[in-house]
Write a protein that binds this ligand. Structure first.
Ligand code: 3HC
Ligand code: NAI
Length: 655
């Protein structure tokens, strides 16, 4: 029998109220209604002295039901339910396991006490959905913990651990054992001793450090770069400090409703759901993934080492194969460096660090790959080299092992065609650094078997990546779009813009860095080598900008050589270089182009237009079936500002 949305069991004068809305107990209408009824019933029942509030299925509450946003409001509203809890005269103890997020934390704030399991996470992540808390979070939290801490949680959106929550006074107890039992004990104690005043009746807790609070606000304003919700979060906390609780509560709701109805929030909600649905692939539907215990990585360079580390961090065994002893030693060093770094940042326990190292083998011969379930090739980006190594892989690997290429641009169907069983060949295109970047493109080759594709998806899940399926084409989804806007940026250089203007326009739009800064960071030699390869087949009638080649020819290869598009010799963040300006102007003159000035709006218009054109082409060619997939790739792989929803969202949402 299905569990009721809200159930109440009473024992020894304490009611246990359990909310059930799988998978995350989102606060939909049925839950709100049931909870409001429970509060009224417990208030009215003289036999009940207090209540424990918990979520079914091992987690408290993930927040308001985001799927209800945009639908007509249904009573009772969440703010009303939180107010009922806050005003209750009997103790209510929130027993927090798993997550208490957004409206879930607001419900917990409505309770008189909070008890948390050590692994619980508590937060107000609303800003990441383009909104602010809308059920009293910005009013209640600064009445429980110092306003600077509250602002950090509200404007930053990052959940805190149970221990940090206890340190800031957000939870009363962190209990390693049975949280429900501990909550019950606290409810009984509070029934005897009495409960604290409702938060709505308390004064705000001023910032613990006023200077730090001001600096925090300045930093939030600086990093928001056009995103409205973090600024609205500051304003809400400021109102809480300035106004009485009732007025602040009303103002919060108004701000919440207006943000909820904004394009930015629509964009962020769409991204939230797209990231969770984008890996669905009809051809893999129903297929059982093959075994995934041991991964082979061919080539231990930048990408191979990162991929190997990502697999080890996910608890998989890894065998790396390199060309010679020296490179093998270097590859091992790179991987261990990543593991040490993860351990240093507390992401890996010392035992797990040791276990990961023990699960790694590095060799200069293919023999260890015979044991592997899936082999990822990450050797040089050269079709002949790739074909040669796939022929070797074909010979040494188990027939049921999956062969994947991490190629950025090459035709994997052509690589697969050179093997005896193309149905076991796919692309797994990671992004650099592979152990950090969330995005993974799963390249669906012409003959890939459904269970091979299902295994690719399963690996993405195991590595906690967002896996986006894409068809075979030059650059797949992300690099193909990137190549196109990179080319457009080059055109703009010849037409009158400078690298620093284009980069500034992109940063102002919300990218963490512009295309030329990015190129300097990655190294200009990669693109140069590709352009040299393409030179023989390039259509002579196609516009080709030679500025980047001129820069590379004199050894300016980006940050690593001290100069590239920018000069890093004086300032490590890079300064515009008059030599580059002269070169660009000379190239325009050589081609007879009259340089014109560009403002940031015109620059971004050209960049967005080509992104959207290329995205539309990808859809019409069937490389991907969904505009959401394109947006998820651009956001998670190329720094497209999340709150703008992606180029395809912008195409549909803007006039
Ligand atoms: N509303 C509706 N559905 C939700 C949801 C929510 N708040 N949170 C998660 N879901 C759904 C997901 O879409 C997914 O659905 P699917 O299975 O159909 O794809 C399912 O629940 C499981 O979610 P995940 O795949 O993300 O599962 P994880 O275990 O990886 O993560 C989580 C769980 C940490 C709870 C994560 O889902 C999450 O961060 N959720 C959003 C939390 C949030 O933003 N809360 C604030 C909501 S706004 C609010 O409360 C406003 C209030 O102030 C008035
Ligand atoms: P890299 O040059 O850093 O590493 C390549 C490694 O492969 C070298 O260590 C080399 O010794 C090794 N290698 C070459 N031939 C080999 C062979 N026959 N057997 C064993 N090892 C061999 O190159 P990088 O950047 O790691 O790129 C590798 C692949 O990943 C390329 O296809 C590239 O296009 C792709 N890629 C690169 C990204 C990046 O940002 N660098 C991002 C995504 C994909």
């Amino acid at each position: 029998m299905a569990q009721a949305a809200v159930s109440i069991e009473t024992e020894g004068g304490i009611a246990t109220v359990t909310l059930s809305n799988p998978p995350v107990n989102a606060l939909n209408q049925a839950i709100r209604e049931g909870l409001a009824e429970a509060v009224a019933r417990i208030e009215a029942d003289p036999a009940i002295r207090g209540a424990v509030l918990c979520g079914a299925g091992g987690s408290f509450i993930a927040g308001a039901d985001i799927r209800e946003f945009g639908q007509p409001p249904q009573d009772p509203s969440l703010p009303d339910v939180v107010r009922m809890l806050d005003a209750a005269t009997k103790p209510w103890v929130a027993a927090i396991e798993g997550v208490a997020l957004g409206g879930g934390l607001e419900v917990a704030l409505g309770c008189s006490h909070r008890v948390a399991a050590p692994g619980a996470r508590l937060g107000l992540p609303e800003v990441s959905l383009g909104i602010i808390p809308g059920a009293g979070g910005t009013v209640l939290l600064p009445r429980l913990i110092a306003a600077d801490k509250a602002l950090g949680m509200i404007a930053g959106g990052k959940p805190v651990s149970a221990r940090d929550a206890a340190e800031m006074g957000l939870v009363d107890r962190v209990v390693p054992g049975d949280v429900h039992e501990a909550a019950r004990a606290l409810a009984l104690e509070a029934a005897e001793a009495g409960i604290p005043a409702p938060l709505m009746k308390r004064a705000v807790c001023p910032p613990a450090n006023v200077e730090a609070y001001e600096a925090q606000k300045a930093s939030i304003r600086k990093t928001a770069r056009g995103q409205i919700s973090p600024i609205a979060a500051i304003e809400a906390v400021e109102r809480s400090l300035a106004l009485d609780a009732e007025a602040a509560f009303r103002a919060e709701r108004e701000a919440f409703v207006s943000l909820r109805d904004s394009t930015q929030s629509a964009a962020l909600r769409r991204v939230f759901f797209a990231e969770r649905s984008v890996s669905q692939l009809d051809t893999a539907q129903g297929a059982t993934p093959r075994r995934l215990d041991r991964i082979g990585v061919l080539g231990g360079g930048t990408m191979g080492a990162g991929i190997a580390a990502a697999c080890l961090l996910a608890g998989l065994g890894v065998a790396i194969v390199e060309r010679d002893d020296q490179r093998a030693a270097l590859a091992r060093c790179r991987v261990l460096g990543i593991l040490d770094d993860s351990a240093g940042r507390g992401l890996l326990s010392p035992e797990a660090r040791q276990a990961a190292e023990a699960a790694l083998t590095v060799a200069t011969h293919f023999a260890p790959l015979a044991e592997c379930d899936l082999i990822i090739e990450a050797v040089f980006e050269d079709m002949d080299v790739k074909k040669a190594v796939f022929a070797e892989l074909d010979a040494v690997t188990r027939p049921d092992a999956i062969l994947a290429s991490n190629t950025s641009y090459l035709d994997i169907d052509e690589i697969a065609a050179g093997t005896t069983d193309p149905s076991r060949v796919i692309g797994l295109h990671f992004f650099s650094p592979a152990h950090v970047m969330k995005l993974l493109e799963l390249i669906v080759t012409r003959e890939a078997a459904p269970d091979v594709l299902a295994t690719g998806l399963a690996l993405g899940k195991r590595l906690r990546k967002i896996t986006v399926p894409a068809g075979v084409c030059d650059g797949f989804i992300g690099n193909r779009i990137m190549a196109r806007y990179r080319r457009e940026a080059d055109y703009m250089l010849e037409d009158g813009a400078l690298p620093e203007q284009i980069d500034a326009a992109m940063r102002d739009f919300g990218f963490p860095m512009g295309v030329f800064q990015m190129a300097d960071l990655a190294g200009l030699d990669i693109g140069w080598a590709m352009r040299k390869r393409q030179a023989t087949t390039r259509d002579p009638s196609e516009r080709h900008v030679e500025i980047a080649d001129r820069i590379c020819e004199i050894g300016r290869l980006g940050r690593k050589t001290g100069r590239g598009w920018y000069d890093y010799t004086q300032d490590k963040s890079g300064r515009p270089d008059p030599w580059v300006t002269e070169l660009i102007e000379a190239e325009s003159a050589r081609k007879g182009i009259t340089r014109q000035s560009f403002d940031a709006g015109q620059i971004m218009h050209r960049i967005l237009t080509v992104m959207q054109e290329e995205g539309t082409a990808l859809l019409s060619e069937g490389i991907t079936a969904s505009p959401e997939a394109i947006d998820v790739v651009m956001i998670n792989g190329f720094g497209f500002p999340r709150w703008r929803g992606g180029p395809m969202f912008m195409m549909d949402s803007e006039p």
